[in-house]
Design a binder for this molecule. Structure first.
Ligand SMILES: *Cc1c(COP(=O)(O)O)cnc(C)c1O
Ligand SMILES: [Zn+2]
Length: 416
């Protein structure tokens, strides 16, 4: 925490010196989401490429100097971060992208990128002497909070909307969370959690307004840079719901640039689902974010009233990127193709970024010769119901080897 100077308001740009548990700008109130400010000048003195090369801690804590936490509790946490970055083989050929990479965030301890934020939330709760952490979530923020809290000895109260997929609900319950299933949408769950936090003094892990959480998410950008051997691709693609993940990705690159470690922030492409695309629509129209219906299979990004639209719009604007939206069908096709061609099983919200790559290539938003990193934000096992609507049916046979032979003889593709 030595290098945290304070906060800057993302609306009015005012600076506030660091104070624990400051959440929003006192002037702008709810819309005044804060951004942590670091002492880049002093960090620069030792944070060169060699500093990273000589660091052998392969988890999120390798970046502890760039995080707003004390180091007292980090040794007790789950192992978050340092997920694999794969160079694509087949997809790279199919869509003619020579340098294409997949950052598989489904390999985090509770199988989504949200672990990067949740572990920070839990550490902040411990630092504030809280016993209970609370959030509202469509699933991954909650399941990752529950898992990370369990490991760190905290209790969790979680408000979920009624459409939460069963895989995520199972995770929550397995991690011992108190789960409140609200008969309503994400907005309803969010409003109730907020009242609960006010009344009972729980630690608030609602990502959008807690400025510490984006700081955890930004580490995915550092890792991409390191795993690409301290280079970056022209584009980085990520799916967008509330807007905190894309804001985190931008912040990570912003830090690297401020430290003089990269020259240019990659172009960031945010991808939303057609059934819920308020940020995409605002970006391409008048920058006013309007409430949207939440009608998509990509539950993790079905956020009708995004809580972090300013940072999400700025991430794209400041990186000269763009927003795209894709249909549920395109998401499911992408999910299937990513599994079959790359061996990565993504949940629908995570396949959405890959659907964005496909569309971005078709519409020539991503040009020939441009290099791309696609962030796969969550694992497919969290939501097998939607996946099963698209992937091939198993072959039904009688329990008899001749049946299998008959099947093989009929199946030229496999025989040849
Ligand atoms: C939360 C989430 C996102 C989007 O993050 P936001 O901060 O809501 O924009 C994307 N994919 C998955 C799997 C997620 O859980
Ligand atoms: Zn402000």
């Amino acid at each position: 925490m030595k290098y945290v100077l304070g906060y800057r308001c993302s609306v009015c740009d005012s600076f506030y010196p660091f104070k624990e548990e400051m959440m929003i700008c006192p002037v702008c109130k709810d819309s005044g989401i804060l951004d942590l400010v670091y002492d880049y000048k002093n960090l620069k003195k030792f944070m060169r490429v060699d500093y990273f090369k000589e660091n052998h801690e392969y988890n999120i804590w390798r970046y502890k100097e760039l995080l707003p936490i004390r180091n007292d509790f980090i040794d007790n946490s789950l192992r978050v971060g340092w997920t694999p970055l794969y160079k694509s083989n087949k997809v790279s050929i199919k869509y003619k992208v020579d340098n294409l990479y997949f950052k598989d965030e489904g390999m985090n301890p509770t199988q989504s990128l949200k672990d990067r934020a949740s572990v920070i939330g839990c550490i902040k709760a411990l630092e504030a002497n809280k016993r209970v952490v609370c959030c509202s979530s469509t699933g991954n923020a909650a399941s990752s909070l529950a898992g990370n809290a369990a490991k760190l000895g905290l209790e969790t109260v979680i408000f979920v909307p009624k459409r939460a997929p069963i895989g995520k609900l199972a995770q929550l319950l397995a991690f011992g969370a108190k789960v409140i299933k609200v008969d309503g949408d994400y907005k309803a769950a969010y409003d109730l959690s907020r009242q609960a936090i006010d009344k009972y003094g729980f630690y608030n892990r609602n990502a959008a307004i807690n400025p510490n959480l984006v700081e955890g998410k930004k580490t995915v950008a550092y890792e991409i840079w390191e795993q690409l051997d301290y280079q970056l691709t022209d584009w980085v693609i990520v799916s967008v719901g509330d807007g905190c993940t894309i804001a985190g990705v931008y912040k990570g690159f912003f830090d690297l640039k401020s430290l003089g470690l990269i020259e240019k922030i990659p172009r960031i492409m945010g991808v939303q689902s057609e059934g819920c695309s308020p940020i995409n629509d605002a970006y391409h129209n008048d920058l006013v974010v309007r409430e949207s219906v939440e009608d998509t299979i990509a539950d993790s990004i079905a956020v009708g009233i995004p809580r972090n639209p300013i940072k999400a719009l700025n991430a794209v604007k400041n990186s000269n990127g763009t927003y795209l939206k894709v249909s549920d069908n395109e998401i499911l096709e992408a999910l299937k193709e990513l599994g079959a061609l790359e061996g990565i099983f993504a949940e629908p919200a995570a396949a959405c970024s890959y659907a964005g790559l496909i569309k971005g290539r078709k519409e020539e938003v991503i040009k020939d010769k441009e290099s791309v990193t696609v962030i796969i934000t969550g694992n497919g096992l969290k939501d097998t119901k939607n996946a099963l609507t698209i992937i091939n049916e198993p072959v039904d046979l009688k329990n008899n080897f001749q049946d299998f032979i008959d099947y093989m003889e009929g199946e030229r593709v496999i025989n040849e």
